[in-house]
Design a protein around this ligand. Structure first.
Ligand code: SF4
Length: 602
């Protein structure tokens, strides 16, 4: 029944634990590095438990591929969904707000003006299953359904009641406004909920945040003037909002804004949603049905922002690249996931880098009994430990109170020296923030280096590194590159040879973190709250970054943790790696790195 002839050590035991957790209705946290085969172990556990209906959640659409293939191999009946907007053949990748798209799609279906939807109504479920079984790749399946004139989203949605493995991107279950369109609270109780890359729940508030830029407000004013000129009160409200944004003292960090002040300024959500409907009706008449799918109503995010002011969200203001934003998000992250996790029949959380298991009860409010398993602790290392060398440099720190030109130069010097002595491959340098990275890069030779920006895509860095003998990639902890980059040669061996962590990647202190700390302290005390918000985040980000280098049994890597605060036993214990060398001075660092890069990395 297991889909491979030789299971890896521990895979069957983990699958049995999954099955036991499903029977007992608990919560199982599985920490296992890349290479263990978590996906197949979890899915096989579902099979052993009698194939109960399971919502299998993935962070990105690329992560749908593997569970779909493995489910088919195991003999489960899978279906998948990712962003309806991205799947829509009518929109063809146009960029509009997700809520705009859902509303446009609703109008097109109601009026039967979407030919793909009309065709799909006639499509029988068995034919859709045949596409899945034959093509086994989500993107090919979506392309094929579109090519044949069907709406991929509604074709696949037909299979939800008939499938026992429903593979979905996070928002379908974890974003309440999207979840409610799919599953009632009662229905969730019929499902096991399995969350892949569950360390991402540390920043789950980001997926539900409501954000409005200053430019968006200006466009909304023009839009209201054109389509609803009688709404003078709302135009006045937006002018006052602009005035507030312009006068506020802001920087890159989130600054808390008084919620009552914003409520008084903007009024109630119903008025804004009515205005949005009114404008959309005008635009539908103006554009004609052919272009309905791409209609954008600029006021829509303002309506959602106002809605959030009447929910358990808090508003903040900040500036990025000369643009000012108001953003609103929940301080208590449990309000997002608790309704799902409380109702789910059982929960399986898995990742290569889980936070301390108490995070899930303390911060996310999981009430079910939690069992935690670190696969490498129980069954031994997945890849040989002698392939990794860990050095901690204690003569530097990114701590705010010691940041200075001297410190930036020291870091720049270490990074440059290390890179100069790397013969081939990629050195991934990870900074706690964009600001800190910028300060260090000022002292470095920027020829032949890749620098992550907020708009960087993973393919940008892969393109940059392809065909270069060696590259220095500068990335920000918790960013896209540290979470998802995997660069391998033709034989599948990792090209990342050195991971240099330039400072403990604690979250940047701002009003959001401060409010979260205050609120969580009321529940579990300040020490516990600090541990979860700072230590768990820093450790998870560090492990994510260093995990980029060793993806297979023959990969070798040097990890350099450059900050004396890495010696904190709470951090060291959670990182869980053997320290090979602690260096306390620049001279010692140079000596050790030179030898390591010459003799260890071959
Ligand atoms: S129903 Fe039409 S508009 Fe909606 S997602 Fe499908 S193809 Fe796109």
């Amino acid at each position: 029944m297991f889909p491979y002839s030789k299971p890896r050590t521990g895979q069957i035991s983990v699958a049995e634990k999954v099955a036991n957790t499903i029977s007992s209705g608990g919560c199982l946290c599985i920490e296992a590095p890349t290479g263990f085969g978590k996906t197949v172990a979890v899915l096989y556990g579902v099979k052993l438990a009698g194939s109960p209906n399971t919502l299998y959640l993935v962070r990105t659409r690329n992560e749908l591929v593997q569970p779909l293939i493995e489910s088919l191999k195991i003999g489960l009946k899978p279906v998948f969904l990712y962003s309806k907007k991205a799947m829509c053949p009518l929109l063809r990748g146009g960029s509009i707000d997700i809520h705009d798209f859902w509303e446009n799609c609703r109008i097109l279906r109601k009026t039967k003006m979407c030919p793909y939807y009309v065709n799909t109504e006639e499509l029988d479920v068995e034919s859709v299953y045949k596409f899945i079984e034959r093509l086994q790749n989500p993107f090919k399946i979506v392309r094929e359904l579109s090519k044949r004139g069907y709406c991929p989203f509604y074709s696949l949605k037909k299979l939800l009641p008939l499938s026992n493995i429903i593979i979905l991107t996070y928002p379908y279950v974890l974003n309440p406004s999207i979840r409610e369109a799919f599953f009632s609270e009662e229905e969730i109780s019929n499902y096991v909920v399995a969350v892949d890359e569950a360390h991402s729940l540390l920043s789950i508030a980001d997926i539900v945040e409501q954000r409005v830029s200053r430019i968006r407000i200006e466009r909304s004013i023009n839009e209201i003037r054109k389509y609803s000129p009688q709404s003078t009160l709302l135009i006045d409200r937006l002018y006052h909002l602009l005035d507030f944004i312009d006068k506020a003292s802001v920087d890159k960090r989130l600054r808390h804004v008084d919620k009552d002040f914003l409520r008084n300024l903007l009024g109630t959500p119903d008025t804004w949603f009515d205005l949005v409907d009114d404008i959309r009706i005008h635009k539908v008449k103006e554009y004609g049905y052919r272009d309905v799918v791409s209609i954008r109503v600029y006021c829509l995010p303002i309506a959602y922002l106002v809605w959030s002011l009447y929910s358990r969200y808090e508003p903040f203001i900040y500036q990025q690249n000369d643009l000012r934003y108001i953003v609103s998000k929940p301080i208590d992250q449990s309000i997002i996931v608790k309704p799902v996790f409380d109702k789910a029949s059982s929960i399986i959380l898995f990742s290569g880098t889980l936070p301390d298991p108490s995070y899930y009860s303390d911060v996310l409010g999981i009430d079910k009994p939690i069992e935690y398993i670190d696969v490498e602790d129980v069954y031994g290392p997945v890849f040989p430990i002698e392939n990794r060398v860990l050095v901690i440099a204690t003569y530097v720190s990114s701590k705010y109170s010691v940041r200075s030109r001297h410190i930036y130069k020291l870091y720049a010097d270490m990074i440059q020296y290390t890179f100069n002595h790397l013969d081939h491959g990629i050195m991934l340098t990870v900074y706690p923030s964009y600001d800190f990275m910028k300060c260090i890069l000022e002292y470095m030779d920027l020829d032949k280096v890749f620098i992550e920006e907020r708009s960087t895509r993973i393919n940008d860095v892969i393109d940059y590194c392809t065909n270069r003998k060696k590259c220095l990639v500068n990335a920000v902890a918790g960013g896209k590159l540290c979470e998802g980059i995997e660069i391998v040669d033709k034989k599948g061996r990792s090209l990342i040879k050195v991971v240099f962590i330039a400072g403990v990647p604690y979250p940047q202190p701002d009003d959001y973190v401060e409010l979260s700390l205050k609120q969580l302290s009321l529940k579990i005390g300040r020490d516990g709250a600090w541990k979860h918000l700072y230590i768990d985040t820093a450790v998870t980000r560090t492990k994510q970054a260093i995990g980029r280098a060793v993806r297979g049994p023959s990969d070798q890597a040097v990890y350099i943790l450059a900050d004396n605060r890495f010696m904190d036993p709470r951090i060291l214990k959670r990182i869980g790696l053997r320290i090979n060398k602690i260096v306390r001075s620049r001279a010692e660092y140079m000596r050790v790195v030179k030898v390591l890069l010459r003799e260890f990395l071959v």
